[in-house]
Design a protein around this ligand. Structure first.
Ligand code: ADP
Ligand code: MG
Length: 237
């Protein structure tokens, strides 16, 4: 499903967090919003989700103008950095949560949960509670939960941000494989240029509420459009 963002602006008080953003995400792509802290990445993602109404502009998802719809009226999966799973529910129950709300029949739910446990490679851990999982495993369950209802669009806000460097690296390639299997249009926020380079089909470089450049990792690396992009992308930590 495509996402077309047309002329989105957002102010908090007198502070311009987003400045006339135009962007198109093609169906099935994995796109990274990359930029330093405070550049407006989360605000833009929240606007796409319907959690942050923009001051101007429109957001068209799969041809439908969703600008004035709230998150429940958009078919969106959302995973945050500190995405709390329900502590008192098992992995299976966490994944099934959204399906039960949508009144799937029981047999359908079990089959769907098994399919998702396979997808996140946590077969055999379905009866554990979140406290019995590692941080990386928990974020995989959070992803499975967001995918359970077959969203048109998946939005990830620094989903691996709270994890240590080694686990982050593992989850990178894991997310890439998952996306190659599911092909859901995905927008992924990160301030880590290495992560964006490793995972994304396309990178949107943001700075101070503006889009500085859009391109494939190779294009951005080979032909940075501004000194800002050159410094930011070159600054591998
Ligand atoms: P990023 O995700 O790139 O770090 P954000 O989109 O979270 O950036 O924030 C962009 C800017 O907008 C920051 O300076 C932040 O302090 C400000 N901001 C974000 N949300 C709010 C809010 N609800 N109220 C006031 N300022 C906000
Ligand atoms: Mg953010």
């Amino acid at each position: 499903m495509s996402i077309v963002i047309h002329d989105i602006s957002k102010k908090f008080g007198s502070f311009q967090a987003l400045n006339h953003i135009n962007l198109e995400v093609k169906p099935g792509k994995l796109v990274a919003l990359l930029g330093p802290s405070g550049s407006g990445k989360s605000t833009l993602l929240r606007a796409i989700a319907g959690l942050e109404p923009p001051d101007t502009g429109s957001i068209i998802i799969n041809g439908r103008d969703t600008t004035h719809l709230d998150i429940r009226q958009r078919n969106i999966g959302f995973v945050f950095q500190h995405y709390a799973l329900f502590k008192h529910l098992t992995v299976r129950q966490n994944i099934a949560f959204g399906l039960e709300l949508r009144r799937y029949i029981k047999k359908g739910i079990n089959a769907k949960v098994n399919e998702l446990l396979d997808l996140i490679q946590l077969q055999g851990l379905g009866d554990r509670y979140p406290s019995q999982l590692s941080g990386g495993q928990r974020q995989r369950v959070a992803l499975a939960r967001s995918l359970a209802v077959e969203p048109e669009v998946l939005l990830l806000d620094e989903p691996f941000g709270a994890l240590d460097a080694k686990v982050r690296k593992e989850l990178r390639s894991w997310l890439r494989r998952l996306h190659d299997t599911v092909h859901v249009t995905t927008v992924f926020v990160t301030h880590d240029q290495e992560e964006a380079m490793a995972v994304a089909d396309e990178i949107v470089v943001m700075n101070q509420g503006y889009v500085e450049q859009v391109g494939t990792p190779q294009e951005i690396y080979d032909h940075p459009a501004s000194p800002f992009v050159m410094n930011f992308v070159g600054d591998v930590n």
